[in-house]
Design a protein around this ligand. Structure first.
Ligand SMILES: C[S@@+](CC[C@H](N)C(=O)[O-])C[C@H]1O[C@@H](n2cnc3c(N)ncnc32)[C@H](O)[C@@H]1O
Length: 235
């Protein structure tokens, strides 16, 4: 009560902290949230011995992919070797042809085309002797193959970070047969499209659950700016 009275009489305190927090760039906070989400998922799966691959749909500059490789090394030191390999899918040219339902003012190709050579060099630098594959191409072509074509046996952690409904559906159908009890799927853009239930990663996941009632999910945790993680609880 004393503290509250002090604050009420000294409004500069709220001004100071408000200014401080507003200085933190939103993009940085968004990325930090994603890092923490990946760290939690890799820790929980290592703790429960849910072994397999870390799979990322939407690599872009490699920020989250590199972080996953980095933090897994640390978790391995703590909980033992997880023998994890890392697989990333991206066109490195953005989304390609975007249908009407996926149209969004911020999800545009010019934002997401990157210097692939630079990104791949940096991923190699960050891999620290861990096994990884980067599969370049648009999902309708790269994900028309099966996980075994890329020598992927089981999914441990999956980061769905491709923003739109259509590529998310392709990603979920691709991993369907390599899901196991304990796999954690992170949906990074779960709330965008103004909360529209027919759009984005949310709609793709709802459709996937409806078409695959034998696979049960529980929400594991929330992270970042409206992102969500789900764990396969029954399969
Ligand atoms: C938000 S970015 C990924 C960010 C990255 N995970 C990170 O944290 O640094 C989304 C990426 O998904 C990729 N993407 C979206 N739809 C795709 C598709 N149909 N085929 C291939 N790549 C796609 C884009 O090229 C883009 O690089």
């Amino acid at each position: 009560m004393k503290l509250l009275n002090f604050i009420k009489n000294n409004l500069f305190i709220q001004n100071f902290f408000g200014s401080l927090i507003s200085l933190i760039p939103t993009y940085l906070e968004f990325t930090l949230g994603k890092y923490i989400g990946i760290k939690k998922a890799l820790y929980i799966t290592a703790h429960d011995k849910t072994f397999g691959s870390y799979i990322e749909f939407g690599v872009f500059t490699g920020s989250s992919f590199n972080f996953a490789m980095k933090v897994n090394k640390k978790i391995d030191k703590l909980l033992g070797d997880s023998n994890c390999d890392f697989i990333g899918f991206d066109s490195f040219e953005g989304f390609g042809k975007v249908g009407d339902t996926d149209d969004h003012p911020r999800f545009k190709d010019d934002t997401f085309s990157v210097n692939e050579e630079k990104v791949l060099k940096n991923i190699k630098k960050n891999s620290n002797n861990q096994e990884y594959q980067i599969i370049k191409g648009f999902f309708h072509s790269t994900l028309s193959k099966k996980p075994e074509d890329y020598k992927i046996q089981k999914a441990r952690v999956v980061l769905v970070d491709c923003d739109l409904k259509e590529p998310t559906i392709l990603a979920l159908n691709f991993i369907k047969n390599i899901l196991q009890k304990g796999t954690i799927i992170l949906f990074d853009d779960y709330i965008f499209y103004k909360g529209d239930k027919k759009k984005g990663e949310y709609a793709a996941f709802e459709e996937f659950k409806k078409n695959n009632p034998n696979i049960k999910f529980r929400q594991a945790f929330e992270y970042g700016y409206g992102s969500k993680a789900f764990i396969v609880s029954e399969i």
